[in-house]
Design a protein around this ligand. Structure first.
Ligand code: FRU
Length: 463
């Protein structure tokens, strides 16, 4: 099939061909998950923006569908389709519902010249076909900031019984504008949030503190995943903590699913940057998504912090797994000595750093190193020109009760690293080399006490 290229990501979403950036319009429609994405169908570089479309029963196995939204011309103005979100119109606010089939409503930025505005499209057939509302004219007119206003996030706010739109409208200093609506067509300006850090692709999610549903907090974040924690009353966001930064590396423009079938908040980020995979590796596409992460809010040292971890559905891809416990590794000894080469892997390790200088992990050609004295994780990654470099992935990884806990997802082009159950994470492209090299986990210059190692070999999500 078309996903069998040797360097095609096997459990991360990539476009069949062409360029991909932000995830858009993510929702569960009652039967399946939708992932739309910024897509250039014509070339493996940014441009000609459309909404590509994929659906999935589980957020792990995706099938790319026909394009949902294509550039159009209205009142003689041509424009392309920038980022946005979609909702299930559960109470038929738009009045377009056919029988029992809920209308799906997508909000996007019409990137027209010289001005951008927010427009809407809807689908009455479960997302197969889409119509532009009012021929694609504005539902939210340009706010006076030219092209610096985009990426509408729309969701249903149950306590106030209204639809809410969160719109990034301005850069330097950043401004976020909230709107509310009863019918999804008329939007009333509710409040502004002026924040230096706010830049593109705002999202607002609600999470319990340490799983306690009696203590719900709102979290607002932007494309770089800077975030603030607080409350949202339906019109205004009230900050209690932040800004903080959650993820790093190539992780960008993440968005959460609307209308989840359960209480989880799950998001997907775009892995921005890295080499042009089409140019560098001869692939028909360029760029990929990160794996879906479940977000949680934890009180850590008195502060509320976001954590992101791979969704449990990754278990569907596990082909083989093995667990090792309580092994003291001597200098140079390889913990994976009897393991055949690893290709796609989800690996978790808990260890006491001990006397070693570092713990070196070589998997599927990826190289990761925990630097004991520096209490940080290093990785051999790849820069935008495709050259190998060593980067600091996570720092301040002070052992907890003496133990460091790390997790890695390794696919054909990417490594995602997680520390302490997702309290910190980082997604990076790496140079795929020596895929058939023997895997190793070795202590260098002293001993490391491995408390637990779990190696899950994954199978492709495309088969
Ligand atoms: C973020 C972004 C969005 C915009 C889209 C265009 O990566 O710049 O703000 O809508 O990409 O592709």
């Amino acid at each position: 099939d078309s996903y069998s290229e040797p360097l095609r990501p096997q459990f991360h979403f990539s476009a069949r061909k062409g360029w991909l950036n932000d995830p858009n319009g993510m929702m569960f429609d009652g039967e399946k998950y939708h992932l739309f994405f910024q897509h250039n169908p014509l070339a493996p570089v940014w441009g000609n923006m459309t909404w590509g479309h994929a659906t999935s029963p589980d957020m792990v196995h995706w099938t790319q569908q026909d394009h949902a939204l294509l550039p159009y011309r209205v009142d003689r103005q041509p424009g392309t389709i920038f980022s946005g979100t979609a909702v299930v119109d559960h109470n038929n606010s738009l009045g377009k519902q056919r029988g029992d089939q809920k209308t799906l409503v997508a909000f996007f930025t019409f990137a027209g010249k010289p001005k951008f505005y927010q427009a809407m499209a809807y689908s009455t057939d479960g997302g197969k076909t889409w119509s532009y509302w009012n021929d694609g004219r504005a539902v939210v007119e340009n706010q006076g900031f030219d092209d610096g206003e985009r990426d509408p996030k729309v969701f249903w706010h149950e306590p106030s019984g209204k639809w809410v739109m969160v719109l990034w409208v301005k850069q330097n200093p950043g401004k976020v504008r909230f709107f509310t609506s009863d019918d999804l067509v008329h939007w009333e300006h509710a409040s502004d949030l002026d924040r230096e850090w706010a830049f593109e692709c705002m999202d607002l999610v609600f999470l319990p503190v340490d799983g306690d549903k009696n203590e719900m907090k709102a979290v607002i974040y932007d494309a770089s995943f800077d975030y603030e924690v607080g409350t949202f009353d339906g019109r205004e966001f009230h900050t209690e903590s932040g800004p903080h930064v959650a993820g790093g590396g190539n992780f960008y423009a993440a968005q959460s699913f609307n209308d989840m079938p359960d209480d989880r908040v799950v998001q997907i980020g775009w892995m921005r940057g890295g080499p042009n995979a089409a140019e560098k590796y001869g692939l028909p596409f360029n760029q990929q998504m990160a794996f879906p992460y479940e977000l949680t809010l934890r009180r850590i040292g008195g502060e509320l912090r976001l954590a992101g971890q791979p969704i449990d559905e990754i278990g569907k891809l596990v082909d083989q797994s093995s667990v090792l416990q309580n092994v003291t590794l001597s200098d140079g000894e390889n913990l994976l000595a009897d393991q055949p080469p690893l290709d796609l892997v989800d690996l978790e390790i808990e260890f006491v750093p001990g006397t070693a200088k570092d713990l070196e992990i070589r998997l599927a050609g990826a190289l990761l190193k925990y630097d004991v004295a520096g209490q940080r994780l290093l990785q051999r990654a790849v820069d935008d020109g495709g050259n190998a470099t060593e980067i600091v992935v996570l720092d301040n990884l002070t052992p907890r009760d003496g133990v460091v806990k790390l997790r890695f997802l390794i696919d054909r082009l990417s490594v995602e690293s997680f520390a302490f159950d997702g309290e910190r994470f980082f997604a990076a492209y790496y140079a795929p080399q020596d895929r058939n090299a023997a895997p190793s986990i070795t202590a260098q210059g002293g001993e490391v006490e491995v408390k637990k190692l779990e190696v899950r070999r994954l199978k492709s999500a495309w088969t």
